[in-house]
Every structure is written in structure tokens, then in C-alpha cells.
Design a protein around this ligand. Structure first.
Ligand SMILES: [Fe+2]
Ligand SMILES: [Fe+2]
Length: 354
């Protein structure tokens, strides 16, 4: 059997990896994808190792020549390529030398590898130039910033990353430290629900998730800190009068400065999630609504009502109108003041949809 090996961290595996393997597949009977269980020069993360293997399995599914191998997982300990290759010769009836796919950057450092000289004897290196294509590092960064990764990942891998919320620990850890437990729970609930709505309305799910996650990032600030931070921002008098609403503009500012979010739509949706706006985009509306009806901390009754409306034509606007109606009702009941902006938006929607 002519065997080719593609070993890597695959964190995550992406379309370029698959394209590289595909380009040499004709010369081999099998291309074995071997995620490194515990790469010699990297910190070990057991959970992430398991995810990496699973993503490789998903990515190669359906290609008869491709196979995912857990050989390094079964061996445990540091994953040295030399050991892996020797084992493969025992496991497979290999014809000739094993082909070994490697990037030019890694190939340049090959002499620092464990038993490099012996390894060179055992394999034929197939060296790929580093291309302009996106790297795994860039993909992880894109996910953290809420940028789309649909075009660079196999569908199943993307779905797996979403399901397991991979690569956003940097955000969630930081956020958890800034918010109390209930607010953190609410933020995660809003993120999940925003993602669901984004799918429903054909918008970018990553972006919606990050916006939902961060919409209340300044909610843990006390009034003094809110007012202090807002001083340097463009904030209306109306927002300043009610300190409760200040966490929206301040939150957008914190998302940009401390969470390095650069996407304008995300920042704007955070900015608009309390009072809303007369010219909200579909994305703004999704975040606004997810915040009010997410299942972790919001009452079920309103969610059910809103979901019914969402099924109708112009459902998003109708659900929004219902949101405003209830807010105004609640504020009136409690004898609290209603901001003119809220009334303006309510009237606009009401004129259109009731
Ligand atoms: Fe909020
Ligand atoms: Fe919220």
C-alpha cells in the first residue's frame, strides 16, 4: 500500500489542508491525517486535543482515500513524528517510503525535530509552500472577533466549532470575570439565541454570537464608572439621564477596546441594545430581541409570544413592537419615566404593524 501521512495540530483543520492532501492523493492509496496528540513544542490541552481529532474525523468523512488516525492519542505522552512513522510501518503493509506532507515553514526547522536524521531516511517529504490562504491561527482569530469563517472551513467542522463554542475562551473567560453569575448566564443565553435568530434570518452566526455574548459587557460597572467612561463617548443627554441605559454605549466601547472587536455591526448592535434606534438593521434587531427573550434568564411567556410573531410576515418587526409595548407597559406600571426615543420607535412600529 502506498501511504501518505499528513500530520499536524489541525487547530482547526481547514479547507487548505484538504486541498493540499487532495493534490497528492492520486499518487497514494491512502492519506492518513494524524492530529498531533501532544505536540512537542506546544502546551498540552487535553480537551482541545480531543476536539482537534474529532474535527479531523468530520473533515475527512466521505473521502474514500482520506482517513483520520488516532495513533498518537493511543500512544499518549509527547507526540514525536519519528515514533509515529516507525509505528505506521508496523501497522500498514507500506510499499516504498511513506509520503509526508509538510509546510515549508515546518520543513525549514526539520533538523530540530526528534531523531531528524533517522526520520529523513524513513519518509519522502512533500513540501508545500506557505500560501496566502488563511492559516489555522488566522481562523481562530477570526472566530474570536466574530468574523465569518464559512468560506475557509468544511461545513461539518464549522458546525462542530459552533456546537462546542471552540476558540472563544479568551472572550468568555474575560467576560465571566467582569459579570456576576446571572449576568454571565444571560449573556451566554443571548449569544445562543442571537445565533439561532441569525440562522433564521440568514445573517452571520459567528457575528451574532459574539454580539450577544458581549452586549452587556459593561453591565457590571457601577454608576460612577459608567458615567466616567461615557464622558468621552458620544452619548445623548437622554442616555445620561438614565444610568441604566449607559451600559450600552459603554459596552460597545469596552467591546472595542478590551475585547478587540473591530466589526462595526457588532459594535453598533451592542450600542443599540437598550433603547433601540429608529433605523435599526436586521442585525441590530436580532441582538435587541435575543437580549429580551433568551431562555436562560428571561420569562418564557414573552418568548413564546415573540416566537409566534416571528413566524409571521414581518415577524421581526412585530416581535420588536411587542417588546416595546411591554417595556412601556412595565415602566408605566412602576411609575417610571419613558424615554422619548422609546416612544418614538414604538409609534413608528405601531403605525406600521398594528
Ligand atoms: Fe443590557
Ligand atoms: Fe442583556
Amino acid at each position: 500500500m502506498k501511504l501518505c501521512v499528513f500530520q499536524g495540530t489541525f487547530n482547526p483543520i481547514h479547507n487548505t489542508h484538504l486541498k493540499m492532501a487532495q493534490s497528492v492523493a492520486a499518487d497514494y492509496d491512502k492519506v492518513l491525517f494524524i492530529p498531533a496528540y501532544n505536540p512537542p513544542h506546544k502546551d498540552f490541552d487535553g480537551d482541545m486535543s480531543a476536539h482537534r481529532l474529532e474535527m479531523v474525523r468530520i473533515a475527512v468523512e466521505g473521502n474514500p482515500k482520506f482517513e483520520a488516525s488516532d495513533i498518537e492519542y493511543r500512544r499518549e505522552g509527547k507526540s514525536y513524528t519519528y515514533d509515529t512513522i516507525r509505528e505506521l510501518y508496523k501497522l500498514y503493509p507500506v510499499e516504498g517510503k511513506i509520503g509526508f506532507i509538510i509546510g515549508s515553514d515546518a520543513f525549514e526547522k526539520i533538523d530540530s525535530w526528534h531523531e531528524a536524521e533517522k526520520l529523513k531516511e524513513l519518509v519522502d517529504f512533500i513540501v508545500f509552500e506557505r500560501t496566502d490562504d488563511v492559516s489555522s491561527t488566522e481562523i481562530r482569530e477570526r472566530i474570536t472577533k466574530g468574523f465569518s469563517v464559512d468560506d475557509v472551513l468544511p461545513k461539518g467542522v464549522l458546525q462542530y466549532i459552533r456546537e462546542h463554542n471552540l476558540y472563544i475562551e479568551g472572550i468568555t473567560d474575560k467576560l465571566a470575570a467582569m459579570l456576576n453569575d446571572k449576568r454571565y448566564l444571560h449573556s451566554c443565553g443571548t449569544a445562543e439565541y442571537a445565533r439561532k435568530l441569525a440562522r433564521k434570518f440568514g445573517l452571520d452566526e459567528e457575528k451574532a454570537y459574539i454580539a450577544g455574548l458581549l452586549h452587556d459587557c459593561a453591565k457590571g460597572f457601577d454608576n460612577e464608572k459608567l458615567a466616567e467612561t461615557a464622558k468621552n463617548l458620544e452619548v445623548s443627554e437622554e442616555e445620561f439621564l438614565n444610568l441604566k441605559t449607559l451600559h450600552a454605549p459603554v459596552g460597545a466601547h469596552i467591546a472595542e477596546k478590551e475585547f478587540n472587536i473591530t466589526d462595526k455591526e457588532i459594535l453598533r448592535a451592542i450600542r443599540r441594545h437598550t433603547l433601540g434606534h429608529t433605523e435599526m438593521s436586521v442585525f441590530d434587531k436580532i441582538i435587541f430581541l435575543a437580549d429580551k427573550i433568551e431562555p436562560s434568564t428571561r420569562p418564557e411567556e414573552f418568548r413564546i409570544a415573540a416566537e409566534k410573531l416571528l413566524e409571521q410576515e414581518d415577524g421581526l418587526d412585530k416581535a420588536l413592537l411587542e417588546c416595546y409595548r411591554r417595556t412601556i407597559e412595565k415602566l408605566t406600571e412602576r411609575g417610571l419615566s419613558i424615554s422619548p426615543g422609546t416612544i418614538e420607535i414604538y409609534n413608528l412600529l405601531n403605525k406600521e404593524y398594528s
